[in-house]
Design a protein around this ligand. Structure first.
Ligand code: NAP
Ligand code: GDD
Length: 345
């Protein structure tokens, strides 16, 4: 019989790639969706017609128990979160509720439906349901060492990072307290043409496509010197799945090991359309964060050795892929507007 997976955060970037990957592996996939008439649900339903949906919200314990009970999944992937770091200074309590306590609620739902009580310690993992938590390199914050690995201590620099650290530790705690197969993937930044427009790589690729078509001229950015280890989301969802296929549960760092600055992302994207980024990028101090994570770089040695995971897309390929995708989309929209304006159907 095919395995069943439940994904929270199905309408997000990673949810869509993970759902496609699991469907390719023969899984039946359910996405947890919140809200009344969520427009992002319609979009993902069109993109992946084989998906099933179940209602639920990480703010609502009862809805999560009902969802897990209804789906009876073999694997739960908890990707749901408010994922834009600056939001976490504007609404710290909400972000803590969703990204921190929300993890606890999801773990409780899995524990209750699996009938797990306290662990007698040791032995193989218990319960039928395996749990994946979307932890983040943002937990490393002001980094204690470079590159960062599973044993590097956390020093989060945003309420987002603090909430993610809670989610990370509570997942570890349910593994130790109840013997649950619960793991966290400490994923470094990963992007794609499906990335939200608020994140820097997509903000750049969208702006470049608009500038190419003469629809805008200047791109406002914040800290150009921030360094990130950027990879392709399609590569990273393979690691999530692999983490739940191991005999023993464990946490893994996932990243490419290559670091680039925000200014490199801009340079590559503008070069791809034959323009000089410095003529179009304007630094806006208002976009600089109250406490910045200056540098992040992954040591994914454990994931490579133990999971057999390797990224396939490098940073240059990623930026070019995103620019190409946004250019195609922007050109289609321009052509459509021209048709409307001229009436020449
Ligand atoms: P994303 O595109 O922002 O998607 C976030 C998802 O969370 C959306 O589907 C959103 O659903 C859902 N969500 C928000 N609030 C919710 C709530 N109260 N209850 C249930 N679902 C809720 O994020 P992503 O890039 O796919 O990232 C997936 C996960 O990995 C997140 O937990 C993120 O923090 C973590 N992560 C991401 C990266 C990265 O570089 N992408 C790196 C490390 C960790 P709606 O449509 O209803 O808003
Ligand atoms: N968003 C944004 N917009 N970031 C900018 C800008 C800008 O105009 N200018 C410079 N940056 C810098 C930010 O200050 C940050 O140092 C870096 O670009 C990356 O910002 P984001 O793309 O917003 O991502 P992030 O690193 O804050 O967070 C992402 O990665 C985390 C993993 O490290 C998100 O996906 C998080 O959810 C994820 O946990």
């Amino acid at each position: 019989m095919s395995k069943r997976a439940l994904i929270t955060g199905i309408t997000g970037q990673d949810g869509s790639y993970l759902a496609e990957h699991l469907l390719d592996q023969g899984y039946q996939v359910w996405g947890l969706c919140r809200g009344q008439a969520n427009p992002r649900k319609d979009r993902i339903a069109k993109l992946i017609p084989e998906l099933s949906f179940v209602d639920g919200d990480l703010m609502d314990q009862g809805s999560l128990v009902s969802a897990v009970d209804l789906v009876q999944p073999d694997e739960v992937y908890n990707l749901g979160a408010i994922s834009f770091v600056p939001m976490s200074w504007q609404q710290p309590e909400l972000v803590t509720e969703v990204n921190g306590t929300g993890v606890l609620r999801m773990l409780e739902a899995v524990r209750m439906v699996s009938g797990l009580t306290k662990s007698s310690g040791g032995g193989p993992p218990r319960g039928q349901i395996r749990f994946y938590q979307a932890s983040s390199s943002e937990m490393y914050g002001k980094v204690a060492e470079s590159p960062q690995r599973e044993t590097t201590s956390f020093h989060p620099r945003s309420p987002y990072g603090v909430a993610k650290a809670f989610g990370h530790y509570i997942t570890q705690n349910y593994r130790e307290s109840y013997g649950m197969y619960g793991v966290s993937g400490i994923l470094f930044n990963h992007e794609s043409p499906r990335r939200g427009a608020e994140f820097v790589t997509r903000k750049i690729s969208l702006a470049v496509s608009q500038i190419k078509l003469g629809l805008m001229d200047k791109l406002h950015l914040g800290n150009l010197d921030a360094e990130r280890d950027w990879g392709f989301a399609g590569d990273y969802v393979r690691a999530m799945h692999l983490m739940l296929q191991q005999e023993q549960p464990g946490d893994y760092v996932v990243g490419t090991g290559a670091m680039h600055r925000v200014r490199d992302a801009a340079r590559i994207a503008f070069e791809h359309i034959g323009l000089d980024w410095q003529e179009h990028v304007v630094v806006d101090p208002g976009l600089v964060r109250p406490a910045e994570v200056e540098t992040l770089c992954a040591d994914s040695g454990n994931a490579r050795r133990e999971l057999g995971w390797e990224p396939e897309v490098d940073f240059e390929q990623l930026m070019r892929m995103m620019v190409e995708s946004d250019l195609r989309q922007a050109s289609r929209e321009r052509d459509y507007r021209q048709l409307l304006a001229t009436g020449s159907w």
